[in-house]
Design a protein around this ligand. Structure first.
Ligand SMILES: [Ca+2]
Ligand SMILES: [Ca+2]
Length: 311
């Protein structure tokens, strides 16, 4: 690894000019803005092909973190479901949501989003407050098919009545992390293998043996799913730009779906000779080398790239 790091720095010194790219493509697999008008019953997916259907008390309301938002109540069995998609078994993924509760609401078993069948250790979810031995009062947590205690928990309290960005990032064989309101991450746990299940993916509900039940009272907005990890800088960017998306996975410069040492040569080529990079890796997005998200691929991206490889 030291040898590889050395090569990055030395070959990177050959850069003559910084490359500026444009038109970065959105790589989210799903994105629900919940900007529909009050009275509508379907939430459009602006990034993919999985609209959500509103049930019970679920409704579009004004006052979201960006445009309108989704309002649900547990008493009214309100939730939105997209069906059995987004299992994210055997790979990296990230879930991004904005949520808001009434001030001081410590009701247990609040689920902002979930792909989980109750009582079976599989799937994933973003929770608020406690749920059995999982989670913590006032805090957000990211369930990753682990036993209690294996779920990263936020340090920030998220039930103060304000909007909070809650992000779970999962890297297979590495870590599961939770972010609240941008970078840095607030907790990190060893990744557990995500167990697949047939539960419907839902906002504000979890599955009980095939039947969804509303388990959140509050507001949810700008929910995004990614089939790759997000960096802390990307989470921070989304915190500052809730209605936008980011690309990824950053660092996969040879476009084989993994971010590892095999990307070092391609990264060096992207930095030193963008035209040659485009020829060698046709169809690959060179913006995956822009780790600090400043619109340029240059020296400043080397250290964050090395960090992603090593952590
Ligand atoms: Ca919105
Ligand atoms: Ca950059």
């Amino acid at each position: 690894m030291h040898k590889h790091q050395h090569r990055v720095v030395v070959l990177g010194a050959g850069i003559l000019a910084a490359l500026t790219y444009c038109g970065a493509r959105a790589d989210a697999v799903a994105f629900w803005h919940f900007d529909e008008a009050p009275g509508a019953t379907v939430a459009a997916d602006s990034a993919g092909t999985h609209p959500g259907t509103l049930f019970g008390s679920a409704a579009f309301v004004a006052g979201g973190v960006s445009g309108n938002a989704l309002s649900v109540t547990r008493a009214g069995n309100g939730y939105v479901t997209m069906g059995d998609y987004f299992r994210f078994v055997g790979g990296d993924f990230a879930v991004v949501a904005w949520a808001r509760t009434a001030p001081g609401d410590q009701t247990p078993d609040y689920f902002v989003l979930a792909k989980h069948r109750a009582t079976i250790q599989q799937g994933y979810l973003l929770g608020v407050n406690v749920s059995g031995a999982y989670g913590a009062v006032d805090k957000a947590w990211f369930y990753q098919s682990s036993q209690a205690g294996g779920e990263p928990r936020s340090t920030t309290s998220v039930n103060d009545g304000n909007w909070h960005q809650i992000v779970g990032v999962y890297r297979l064989g590495r870590y599961a992390r939770i972010f609240v309101d941008g970078a840095p991450y607030e907790d990190s746990r060893t990744a557990v293998f995500i167990g697949g299940n047939a539960a419907s993916f839902a906002i504000g509900a979890i599955d009980f043996n095939g039947t969804l039940q509303g388990y959140f009272t509050g507001w949810v907005d700008e929910v995004q799913l990614y089939g790759h990890f997000l960096t802390a800088a990307q989470v921070q960017y989304l915190f500052e730009h809730p209605s936008q998306t980011v690309i990824g996975p950053l660092g996969d410069l040879d476009c084989n779906g993994a971010v590892d040492f095999d990307d070092i040569n391609a990264f060096v080529l992207a930095l030193s000779d963008p035209d040659a990079y485009a020829l060698v890796y046709p169809g690959c997005n060179i913006a995956r080398a822009d780790f600090n998200l400043d619109g340029a691929v240059n020296f400043d991206d080397i250290n964050p790239f090395v960090e992603v490889l090593s952590e």
